[in-house]
Design a protein. Structure first.
Length: 302
């Protein structure tokens, strides 16, 4: 199925409109899933993802050797999928180098989406990237040359998100949309509202984050790719995913652990109907017992 087809029943995985005639699978594939995998294993899980209807893939140079593994695995399907990449560096020279390396490792000659990665601080990240000699210069040149189709950023603070939205008419933002951060941390609603006001679609991160790791947590080694405690209970994961997809988002990216990605995919047949009042209350109660990974400074514990 091509990017421009919107068959919501295809392979059981719904698609939502992104931009123009592009539709993305509501559940995407984070390239960190194949980080450190044997190439045959990476090939197999990527082929399985495509077979199950996934067409949205996201990766970054900072994800270890994920690009090196994802490139060959995705090569047979490149024209069928939407590939998003990022730059975590802020200077023009460094970002140009990263883009060239990513194109080579990912075995492609274009990015469907290219993003500033992990902006947090307005001065350090946003002002620097958009200033003279900043990362935005080579990114815009690549867009003008047809190497990049769409532009976006990922943000981990509301302040950086709002500041970046004022700098350019972005196609999308990649932002945490998580029930615990929403309800217990007050984190998310303002950013989503401003993205909509600026015409930027939302791609969601951290839907399956439970809370910050607690000291000595027995599962920390098991989920070593996660800097937070992930949700690994299927029933809670189903509610958490439905919460995220009930917001005004196009798609969500599960955590980078293969078992958690598989768990997320297994929830798809259960459907993404809006949450009932009772289900919302259950999530709010659950959030009240958690230490969310994101919160605005004046809500709860700093």
């Amino acid at each position: 199925m091509s990017l421009t087809e919107n068959d919501s029943s295809a392979k059981g995985l719904p698609r939502r409109h992104y931009k123009d005639d592009v539709y993305l699978s509501t559940v995407g594939f984070g390239g960190i899933v194949v980080m450190d995998a044997e190439q045959d294993a990476a090939n197999q899980v990527v082929a399985e993802a495509v077979e199950r209807g996934v067409n949205y893939f996201d990766v970054a140079p900072s994800y270890g050797n994920a690009q090196e593994k994802l490139g060959p695995a995705l090569e047979p399907f490149r024209k069928e999928v939407f590939l998003a990449c990022k730059s975590h560096l802020r200077s023009a020279e460094e970002t140009k180098r990263l883009m060239d390396e990513s194109l080579s490792l990912l075995k492609t000659d274009y990015f469907d989406l290219y993003q500033l990665h992990g902006i947090v601080d307005v001065e350090t990240d946003v002002d620097t990237a958009f200033g003279p000699g900043g990362a935005w210069e080579p990114i815009l040149k690549a867009k003008e040359a047809g190497v990049i189709k769409y532009l976006g950023f990922s943000a981990h603070t509301v302040e950086a998100c709002l500041a970046a939205l004022k700098r350019y008419p972005f196609d999308s933002i990649l932002f945490p949309v998580n029930f615990a951060s929403f309800y217990e941390g007050g984190f998310g609603p303002e950013a989503l509202a401003q993205a909509k006001a600026h015409g930027a679609k939302v791609l969601a991160l951290k839907s399956l984050a439970r809370q910050k790791w607690t000291e000595g947590h027995p599962k920390r080694k098991q989920y070593s790719k996660c800097w937070y405690e992930p949700i690994d209970d299927p029933d809670l994961a189903w509610l958490a995913m439905r919460f995220t997809l009930s917001q005004d988002v196009v798609a969500m990216l599960p955590p980078g652990e293969e078992p958690l990605w598989r768990m997320a995919m297994e929830q798809v047949p259960r459907g993404f109907a809006p949450l009932s009042t009772d289900e919302l209350e259950r999530l709010k109660t659950q959030a009240g017992h958690l230490d969310p990974i994101f919160r605005i400074p004046d809500v709860g514990t700093p």
